[in-house]
Design a binder for this molecule. Structure first.
Ligand code: C2O
Ligand code: CU
Length: 509
């Protein structure tokens, strides 16, 4: 159904048959029970023919109806809002023509609920997810995770938000209700008859090249809509920015240079607000901003833009900042969205100086501080890989086993100039944990690219994804304290993930 490719029709055989539903266990009593369907649909986006999409539709079967909302006019999935401690059961029903599975990105859930590709169900299949929400208040999201097909399925529209609140956050009285706005940023390309175009996995050299780069579209959509405009009151807002793009990285700033006040990252609120000239947002990362529009004039317009940056350290096939999927190269400038101030009176509100309690960073708690576990970006033939290995459905190497309850340092390493492949940015994501960034180092030869984005990193809080630029090494601290089992770590450039830049790791009880 996606213009120009046969992707959406192919169904691989190696999945559980339809109706092989996991049976809800008796021991778990949910507070909230949701039916979540992945369905084909069509929606008018541009003048002319409606656009065929795949989307999540949800309804509450038990519990608070207000927990699920769909944004009118948006092809994206629902926003699910829950308080920390809520026990959730989701009945997933796959009504699209490929195997699929739902991953709750950033949420700490048991192995069986984490959306590992081995739990994908075929067309007509169902899967039941059960978990208690133990995460801090924050902006999490969900998307498909079947092996080899995550990119095209997210691209087709399968994306939803999972927003968690908790008591600590509610005591702050941050902007709420219509003043708390989620903004999912994605790049898309279209055929002349308004159909989504996904070139990434096409046959031949062009397909191969754009899979190596990752898909890059030429239109920016926010919450699934082109030319997104937020009609705002003159008062403070909480903006939750989510990069839901397959591969594109954004360097987000106000067009007039007003600094950004960041209050949260992937894993929720920071200890205190921090200011940045711009924020760097790689695929799957979230940044929460507190934005005060009270000093803006009635009717004034503000533009959130993505500034240009250098995406490569030069050399190799990836060195020229080449195109992927026909769209403008990684690092190109884009308008992202507009905010238009209303005519009402200005309202001022104070942002608290202290937001949340975050434990001090203690890298010495790790048993391997002096010998961090290396997660090295490698190239295996014409594919990106991790430590020289491609994804294997059940495979775990001996050096991919960690002890339940242990604290470790992992080092994501993206060496500059990897021979023929050159070097490019990779956002590395780990399931089953939220981690803290200890430090970043960069190869002197890769400084130009690094300096063009590094002021926009927000490493002060909890993270589940870290962008690793060409020539960069990032050390992160994590404790495997939530659930044992088989989890994933991978590049969140979805074309890289689909081509095998993903591995299991085992948290061994
Ligand atoms: Cu958002 Cu394993 O992915
Ligand atoms: Cu990658």
């Amino acid at each position: 159904m996606l213009g120009g490719t046969a992707l959406m029709g192919a169904v691989s055989g190696a999945v559980q048959s339809a109706q092989s539903a996991a049976i809800a266990t008796g021991a778990f009593t949910p507070d909230l029970e949701i039916e979540l369907r992945a369905v084909p649909d069509q929606i008018p986006l541009y003048r002319g023919a409606p656009t065929h999409v795949w989307r999540y539709r949800a309804k509450v079967i038990k519990g608070d109806e207000r927990a699920v909302s769909h944004q009118p006019g948006s092809p994206l999935g629902p926003v699910i809002r829950v308080h920390r401690g809520t026990r959730v059961r989701v009945h997933f029903i796959n009504e699209v023509s490929q195997p699929s599975v739902v991953h709750w990105h950033g949420l700490l859930v048991p192995e069986a609920a984490d959306g590992h590709p081995r739990f994908a169900v075929g067309p007509g299949g169902r899967h039941v997810y059960e978990f208690e929400v133990i995460n801090r208040a924050g902006t999490y999201w969900f998307h498909p995770h079947p092996h080899g097909m995550t990119g095209p399925q997210v691209y087709a529209g399968l994306t939803g938000l999972f927003i968690v609140s908790d008591d600590e956050e509610q005591a702050l009285s941050l902007p709420a209700g219509e003043h708390d706005v989620s903004l999912v940023i994605q790049d898309r390309s279209f055929t002349r008859d308004n159909q989504l175009q996904y070139i990434g996995s096409g046959p031949g050299m062009m397909g191969m090249m754009s899979s190596m780069t990752g898909f890059l579209g030429d239109h920016i959509h926010v919450n699934g809509r082109p030319d997104y405009m937020l009609a705002a009151e003159r008062r403070p807002y909480r903006l939750r920015l989510v990069n839901g793009s397959n591969s594109r990285i954004y360097k987000l700033a106000w067009h007039n240079g007003t600094p950004l006040t960041v209050i949260g990252t992937d894993g929720g609120l920071l200890a205190a607000p921090v200011n940045r000239p711009y924020v760097t947002l790689a695929p799957s990362e979230r940044i929460e901003l507190w934005v005060d529009f009270s000093s803006r004039a009635a009717g004034e317009e503000l533009n959130l833009v993505s500034l240009p940056f250098v995406a490569s350290s030069g050399g190799g096939m990836m060195g020229g900042g080449m195109m992927g999927g026909g769209g403008p190269a990684q690092g190109s400038a884009f308008p992202v969205l507009k905010v238009r101030m209303g005519q009402g009176a200005a309202v001022s509100e104070k942002l608290p100086g202290k937001l949340a309690s975050i434990p001090a960073l203690h890298p010495e708690q790790a048993h391997n501080l002096n010998t961090p576990r290396p997660i090295r970006v490698t190239a295996s033939g014409m594919r990106w890989s991790l430590n020289g290995r491609l994804f294997e459905m059940e495979g775990v190497a001996r050096d991919e086993v960690v002890r339940f309850g242990s604290t470790e340092v992992w080092e994501f390493i993206n060496e500059a100039g990897m021979g023929m492949m050159g070097s490019m940015p990779h956002p590395i994501h780990v399931h089953g944990v939220q981690f803290r960034v200890i430090d970043r180092r960069v190869h002197p030869g890769a400084m130009a690219a690094w300096r063009s984005v590094s002021e926009g990193y927000v490493d002060e809080g909890w993270k589940d994804t870290a962008l690793v630029m060409p020539g960069e090494r990032v050390r992160v601290l994590m404790r495997f304290e939530h659930y044992p089992g088989l989890f994933l770590y991978h590049c969140h450039n979805l074309e890289h993930e689909d081509m095998g830049m993903m591995r299991n790791f085992l948290i061994k009880a």
